[in-house]
Structure formats: C-alpha cells, structure tokens
Write a protein that binds this ligand. Structure first.
Ligand SMILES: Cc1cc2nc3c(=O)[nH]c(=O)nc-3n(C[C@H](O)[C@H](O)[C@H](O)COP(=O)(O)O)c2cc1C
Length: 211
C-alpha cells in the first residue's frame, strides 16, 4: 500500500511539473508518454471532455476526415458490453444523396456532414433472468465512448433519437433482425457553447448507503 502511495505521489509530482509541458511520465514503469505529439500540449482528459461536451447542431460545411471517423468507431468497438456480447453495428453516412434520404426520416430541422447510425442486435445481447434486455444499454455505452472521442478530436456532435426507425432501416438496407437505437451527428462546429451547467445538483441525485 505504502509503495502504491509513493508511486502515486511521484507520478503526480512529475505530471504536474513535467506532464504539463507535454509528457505523461509513468515513473515506476519507466514509461514516458507524450500527451500530444504535435504541439506538446496536454490533450483533453476524459473529465474535461465530459465537462465541456455540448450538443452541437450547427456545423461548418467541411467533411469529417475518414481517419477521424474510424478512430471514433474504434472508441465504440472498445466499449464494454454485458458478457462482452458486443451486440452492435454502425453505419457511417457521408454520401450527400443517402444523407438527404436519411434526413427525411429524422424529425430535425438541422443535419450534419457525417451521421453514424447505431444499430443493435437484441437477439445477440444478454438478457437478465427476469427478462430485462441489455441491448440498449450496451449500445448506449458504445455511443457515449464515440461522443467523447469525437469531442476530444475537436468535432461537434449531437445524439439523434427522434427518427422513424422503419424508414431508416429501409433507406440504409439494415437487416430485419437489427434495431436502430440512435444516431450521432458529427462535424466541425459552427457554434460555440459553454460547458455543461443545467444539470441537477449532486445532493438531489446521490444517496449514500441508503436512499
Ligand atoms: C439518447 C439521446 C437522444 C437525443 N436525441 C436528440 C434529438 O433527436 N435531437 C436533438 O436535437 N437533440 C437530441 N439529444 C440531445 C439532448 O437534447 C441534449 O443532450 C440535452 O438537451 C442536453 O444538452 P447538452 O448535450 O448540450 O448538454 C439527444 C440526447 C440523447 C442522450
């Protein structure tokens, strides 16, 4: 235990002094990892992404690079799921013609340069003894991984839950046994928003040891 604390304090000291200059130093294991290979600045950490992420509904007319889209899907691929069933599939839509059709199946007055359509296979997902199905939860976990990865990449994102599922399935040729859970709009932001503020206070939502 003492050893762990010693390790932690050395790590914290190094990271506050050297880490801020662009290196994350793992002293005990001898790893020196640059946090941002391009300009030496620390990249956004997970909590910073959580704190600053907002729904973006105005986008620049610029495409999202394919490697960024793949990195975002990779974030979904690595997500945990019940019994590691990974009951998901993703359709990346950037073709203007397909997007136009997709837009007609969504109840939105805005759209984005790229849309990722998040699908689930309920039959492949875990079901609890009492019948509770976990496919929605599994896919939602993967989607939030994508959202945070995209935000860290400087992309604006917005979840889209308002669409007509059967129409979307038809437009994209999604198999019968798949469900469309949600979509994610992606693009370079053309609007700025401050960090998240309008949430319920902690004291309203946390219970300790007993409700
Ligand atoms: C599952 C889910 C579905 C959503 N569907 C839509 C949608 O169809 N259209 C939309 O404009 N925003 C949608 N949103 C965005 C929410 O309205 C937004 O996250 C919420 O108002 C909080 O704002 P913020 O994301 O800027 O913090 C959705 C969010 C979630 C998590």
């Amino acid at each position: 235990m003492a050893d762990s604390y010693g390790y932690l304090s050395v790590l914290l000291w190094y990271n506050s002094h050297i880490g801020l200059r662009g290196y994350f130093v793992d002293y005990k294991y001898g790893n020196v990892r640059r946090t941002c290979p391009k300009n030496g600045e620390r990249k956004m950490d997970v909590f910073e992404a959580i704190r600053t992420r907002r729904s973006i509904r105005k986008y620049k007319d610029e495409p999202v690079e394919k490697d960024k889209l793949l990195k975002i899907i990779e974030a979904a691929r690595l997500a945990p799921s019940t019994l590691n069933r990974q009951p998901w599939s993703f359709v990346v839509v950037t073709d203007p013609e397909v997007k136009k059709k997709l837009r007609s199946a969504c109840n939105q007055d805005w759209f984005a340069p790229a849309i990722i359509v998040e699908c689930a296979f309920p039959e492949k997902a875990w079901v609890r003894d009492d019948g509770e199905e976990y496919w929605k939860l599994d896919v939602a976990v993967a989607v939030q991984n994508m959202v945070l990865a995209a935000w860290e990449e400087g992309l604006g994102i917005c979840w889209i839950g308002a669409f007509r599922e059967e129409e979307v399935k038809k437009i994209l040729g999604i198999p019968e046994d798949a469900r469309v859970l949600v979509m994610t709009a992606l693009g370079y932001p053309a609007e700025k928003k401050g960090p998240v503020t309008n949430r319920k206070p902690l004291e309203e939502i946390v219970h300790y040891d007993h409700w």
